[in-house]
Design a binder for this molecule. Structure first.
Ligand SMILES: [Zn+2]
Length: 317
């Protein structure tokens, strides 16, 4: 199992990586700071960068964006939380996190980078524009919003939220990269599927399988991959799609599989208990599923009753 090292994980939404963002991030770090960092840091968040606040049952949002947009993000957080709770039904052990998950949303990338550096002492996510703190006591999501693409910003928030939820539900424990990123992509793609990169992921995965350029699952299951590794993100997403929606798949089994991994079971054993299969057979069945399913027009998955829909027809949608 791949261990996720730091508490601050840079959770990169696939395909969102922008070299320009990286350059902008570096410039922001070099720019003179208008205010010195404080030990608590939150004064900066509240006083300067995040003047607006909204609280929901599971989230406390602070944001520098328009209050109407903030209300949409707050509603989205709750909807995504409920959706994840429905899918991961075998979650045991009480609330996913104690208190509320802090969500910081910045209207500009420069604000985001300054906050990350001054408050969380972190350069995580500078390149991608988002990171999370996966902590049962003090979870956090920090993002900058793409004002020109609200759907993308919403999808990114769902992606990051999935990382936090997945890392903490049942019990806080690390998961293999393919499970983490596969799940985050799976739920991200469920938000406005017609405008997500779902079609591209289907196409890319189908091509990987057709040409034999996919990664053999036994090796892939132990691989740590980064945000620019598009094929690995597609393969991870597709495997989760198969584990949830394939012939032998279901949200309950996927949930059980993840709980077993969190209990420290090796991936082989978790696969055998939850799905009655092993990696070679999983690989064969997954390939068959990819070739058959991704050729057909997209049909929303079984658990789609809870699919995330646009909250309003407001600006950017
Ligand atoms: Zn991610």
């Amino acid at each position: 199992m791949t261990r996720r090292p730091p508490i601050f994980n840079s959770q990169f939404p696939v395909f969102n990586f922008q070299f320009l963002a990286f350059a902008l991030g570096l410039l922001s770090l070099l720019a003179p700071q208008s205010r010195a960092a404080t030990s608590s840091g939150y004064a900066i968040a509240k006083g300067v960068y995040c003047p607006n606040r909204i609280s929901t049952p599971h989230f406390a949002l602070e944001f520098s964006a328009d209050p109407d947009d903030g209300a949409e993000y707050a509603a989205l957080c709750e909807r995504a939380y409920r959706h994840l709770s429905r899918v991961f039904t075998s979650a045991k052990g009480g609330p996913v996190w104690s208190g509320k998950c802090q969500v910081y949303l910045f209207a500009t990338h420069a604000e985001f980078v300054r906050f990350a550096w001054n408050v969380h002492k972190s350069a995580a996510g500078v390149a991608s524009g988002g990171y999370t703190r996966i902590s049962k006591k003090d979870p956090a999501i920090v993002l900058f919003l793409r004002e020109d693409d609200a759907v993308m910003s919403h999808q990114t928030l769902v992606h990051e939220m999935t990382h936090v939820f997945l890392g903490l539900f049942y019990k806080a424990a690390p998961l293999p990269t393919w499970v983490q990123e596969g799940c985050a992509q799976y739920f991200e793609f469920r938000y406005v599927p017609s405008r997500s990169r779902l079609a591209l992921a289907r196409q890319t995965t189908k091509k990987l399988v057709e040409t034999g350029r996919y990664a053999p699952l036994r090796e892939f299951s132990g691989r740590a991959f980064g945000p620019t590794d598009l094929p690995s993100y597609c393969q991870a997403w597709s495997l989760l799609d198969f584990l949830i929606n394939g012939k032998a798949g279901s949200p309950a089994r996927a949930s059980q599989f993840i709980v077993l991994l969190k209990d420290g079971k090796p991936q082989d054993e978790a696969l055998r208990v939850a799905y009655g299969t092993d990696f070679p057979r999983l690989e064969a069945a997954w390939k068959e599923y990819v070739l058959a399913t991704y050729r057909r027009p997209l049909v929303l998955p079984r658990d789609d009753e809870a699919a995330l829909k646009p909250i309003s027809n407001g600006r950017g949608h």
